[in-house]
Write a protein that binds this ligand. Sequence first.
Ligand SMILES: Cc1cc2nc3c(=O)[nH]c(=O)nc-3n(C[C@H](O)[C@H](O)[C@H](O)COP(=O)(O)OP(=O)(O)OC[C@H]3O[C@@H](n4cnc5c(N)ncnc54)[C@H](O)[C@@H]3O)c2cc1C
Length: 417
Amino acid sequence: MDSDSGSRCWCLRLPRRQRRTGAVQTNTEVRGPQEKSGEVIVVGGSAAGFFAAARVARGGKRVRVLESKPSLEPASRTLIVTNHFRSQLGALAGESIVNEIRRFELFTDGRSAQITLARPDLIIERARLISALAHEAQQAGATVSFDTRFLGLSSNARGLRVEADSGGRREELHADSVVGADGAASRVARAAGWPAVETVPLVQAIVRLPKDCPPDTTRVWFVPDDTPYFYWLIPESSERAALGIIGENGRDTARCLTRFIEKRQMEPIEWQGARIPVYRRWVPVRRRMGRGDVYLVGDAAAQVKVSTVGGVVTGLRGALGVAESILGNGASRELLALRRELCTHWLLRRTMHHFQQEDYSQLVDLLNAATCDTLKEITRDESTRLLWTVLRRQPRLILLGLGGLLLGRRPRQHAST
Ligand SMILES: Cc1cc2nc3c(=O)[nH]c(=O)nc-3n(C[C@H](O)[C@H](O)[C@H](O)COP(=O)(O)OP(=O)(O)OC[C@H]3O[C@@H](n4cnc5c(N)ncnc54)[C@H](O)[C@@H]3O)c2cc1C
């Protein structure tokens, strides 16, 4: 059964600025009541969704992106990604890069360590990234429906039946495959029977860049009394920076950040925040439902590096992997590599999650010149290589790590340390 109306309008509503400049092509399409087979519906028009849509459309499938927001006006956020982002996006990467980071400074309890990066990390603006990816998806042939909220999913003789609310009107759509790119609280995942992913709060404030912080340097503070994760200061320009924290409890996390900001006499200009998935184990990205396939990508599949809680590069990798699966009808090498990567980050997180102040002090002390050289050569998106090289060069980190892994106990001091 098809939906109520005889025609459907799939139109990309653009922000006024883009309507004026025509920066993004408008793709309006009117369809009759019958749906063609071989269609892929992507739920969620954000980084992972648009990236997957572009890849699948370029592979020859008909793709529709359903996005619940009324238009292409993604919330702006300052994000840090590794240089891997450039190889993922090619020329498109440049559209969202606002700054480059050449150095990390780690602080804990009066100690500090510095790591110089051989290949700079990139500071990107999320709203620009999503606009660029939306444009790319459209150029590849995907249609985008804003103000269209995915409601539910079931299988039927033709494949998958998708229920959506389109501007207050119920719609029924049909597809062979549905890709859930609808974030940490994925409704697609719930509808297809995946268990909910665990999330943690991430809060950051845009502040004026402190005078003593160079615009090419990211600062990280380990304060285990406040959070098992860390605080960061990421310059987005020579004027402004994002100061943030990941925590475990929403209210406490926001309170800790406010205190941290006050203590350093900074003034928040703007707040950004959301809940981020915590990767605990690989979430199988595909489920068969009757005669159709349902996939998850990005935050919906917890494709987030749980050591640093970065999800952009890994979400794009997940999207690429799912596109490979859809187009190749099977396994994807990208997904196998991503799984290994996410597992290594999970191991690192487990190791550090119960660190106490002494452990962090020891960690910063152990990040000696040899280790720092290693960190600068290899990016965080090659974590397995990074981990083994660091451990080979600084074996005392193994003891520290084992102490963290074994029920959160601190390592005993050995004669050699
Ligand atoms: C403040 C903050 C700072 C961060 N910093 C970093 C960082 O520095 N580096 C990094 O790598 N990562 C960072 N992250 C994490 C990163 O932003 C996410 O991992 C990534 O953006 C997830 O992208 P996504 O496309 O999977 O999901 P999302 O961006 O969450 O997109 C989901 C989309 O689905 C849509 N949607 C939801 N439900 C429906 C529905 N029912 N129907 C239709 N559409 C729906 C939403 O409107 C949204 O557009 C940060 C996150 C936050 C909140």
